[in-house]
Design a protein around this ligand. Structure first.
Ligand code: GLU
Length: 478
């Protein structure tokens, strides 16, 4: 009697362990469900950003890797993860043999496929899927259509950034002032002030600067070493600036040309012939067009089928590279396209999305893993963890400055060196003119038997103070 009581008690405890916890808290998995999962699993995945990517140390990271680790924690299993050997998602050949991750699951080389693997009818007949952990559709990835991003009327100002234009104006004014100063200080330019008008008045200096900047070589030509130093440096500065302006203007004009026709829908693809388009070979996207009854999608399929070898790509990254390098539109899953458009600012996904589908975790047919994994995925949804993972891996790194199809105006730091050389040249010119004046004052002091200082201040007074004519006039007036 005692023995049977103990037995009944033990059975009741076991039953409660199996059901009680979940009844009180909907989020927790049943003990039995957990126990159906083997302790160690082999997981296959595919390298596609940001789902699974290899780090510098050779490890895997990404959305799917994080998701797998969350699921392993929730269901208490260990796992080893590897990248699918043939690099395919999974399609059936004419003999009915599956390749890719689907093939690995069927051949029991992997227990699970945690990857952006689309749930499709043909696959569902060969393997089992959990409920989708991510929803997506089919979109068009394009190189960003060029637009001027500003007024065409003043487009000639766009090759340089605002800061650079301000820098150029300030440099021009400072250089003209320096030239004016040097022409005053240098005895060679200010040879006979009483009977010769100084050539470099402030206006003439400004005029000389503009002439050089536009390669017009205006008069007056400098005579002294110091003024020549400043003139040469300014000429060099002007030439570099013009070369940079011409180069930037050429690429600006190209970037504003309407090279890409306006494509906003799938039907637009068929209305033009400038841009080729295609999908990943043997992908669920390709099959979507293949089996579609929609006339537009059928025509898209026929276009791709006729040019199979040219327009279908082998991997997602190849498709993205082709969009960036040539006139090519990549038709693929919008969620992956959103990721690349967020990382490469020259790319854009057009707004139209067709063919809603989902990614599920795959296991072999009738695998006991599917149900607990589905529950764990739902739990991840309900706790907001999947949304957090999405935000983490789909972070947008495009800034508004990096718009216009990769073209950006020349920034001051690009021409920083030439500004530095100009500064050094101006300083050198001023120093040399000062030395020239000191030398002249010395010889004048010897000639007129004055102190060097008074000869120097006399020279300075002549240049910046009152002229002799003014002095004599003042003497005459009472
Ligand atoms: N996720 C797709 C698949 O499982 C591959 C990408 C695509 O179809 O664009 O086949």
């Amino acid at each position: 009697m005692k023995k049977s009581l103990v037995l009944v008690f033990a059975l009741v405890i076991l039953w409660m362990e199996d059901t009680g916890a979940e009844e009180s808290d909907g989020f927790h998995l049943k003990g039995r469900t957990k126990r159906q999962i083997p302790k160690s699993l082999t997981v296959t995945t595919i390298l596609e950003q940001p789902f699974a990517m290899t780090t510098d140390s050779g490890e895997l990271e990404g959305y799917c890797v994080d998701l797998l680790s969350e699921l392993a924690q929730a269901l208490e299993f260990n796992y080893t993860i590897h990248v699918v050997k043939d690099g395919h998602y999974g399609s059936k050949d004419q003999n009915g043999v599956w390749n890719g991750m689907v093939g690995e699951i069927i051949r029991k080389e992997a227990d699970l496929a945690v990857a952006p693997l689309t749930i499709t009818t043909v696959r569902e007949n060969a393997i089992s899927f959990t409920k989708p952990f991510m929803q997506t559709g089919i979109g068009i990835l394009l190189k960003k259509e060029s637009s001027s991003g500003g007024s065409y009327l003043f487009g000639f100002l766009n090759p340089f950034s605002k800061e650079l234009w301000i820098g150029i104006i300030i440099s021009y004014v400072i250089t003209s002032l320096c030239l004016f100063l040097v022409a005053r200080l240098s005895p060679c330019e200010w040879a006979e002030p009483s009977n010769e008008q100084n050539q470099y008045t402030l206006l003439n200096s400004l005029w000389f600067g503009i002439g050089a900047l536009t390669l017009q070589g205006v008069e007056p030509q400098p005579k002294s070493v110091s003024a020549r130093i400043i003139a040469v440096i300014w000429w060099l500065f002007s030439i570099t600036l013009l070369a940079a302006y011409v180069a930037s203007f050429a690429s600006y004009v190209n970037s504003t040309k309407d090279l890409t026709p306006n494509i906003e829908t799938f039907a637009d693809l068929l209305k033009q012939d400038k841009i080729e388009f295609g999908t990943l070979a043997n992908s669920s996207t390709f099959n979507f067009f293949k089996y579609s009854k929609n006339p537009t999608f059928r025509m898209i399929y026929e276009y791709m089928d006729k040019r199979k070898d040219r327009v279908l790509v082998k991997s997602f990254s190849e498709g993205v590279q082709r969009v960036r390098d040539s006139n090519y539109a990549f038709l693929g899953e919008s969620i992956s396209q959103d990721f690349v458009a967020a990382k490469h600012c020259d790319l854009v996904r057009v707004p139209e999305i067709i063919g809603g589908r989902g990614y599920g975790i795959a296991a072999s047919l009738d695998s006991p893993l599917i149900r607990p994994l589905t529950i764990a995925i739902l739990e991840q949804f309900e706790t907001g963890n999947l949304e957090y993972l999405h935000q983490k891996w789909w972070e947008n790194t495009c800034t508004s400055a990096q718009t216009q199809a990769g073209w950006v105006p020349v920034q001051p730091h690009t021409l920083g060196g030439i500004f530095l050389i100009l500064g050094i040249g101006l300083a050198l010119g001023l120093i040399v003119s000062f030395i020239e004046l000191v030398c002249k004052s010395k010889s004048k002091a010897v000639q007129q038997q004055k102190s060097c200082c008074s000869a120097f201040s006399e020279e300075i007074g002549q240049r910046f103070g009152k002229t002799e004519n003014q002095e004599s006039l003042e003497k005459v007036q009472p």
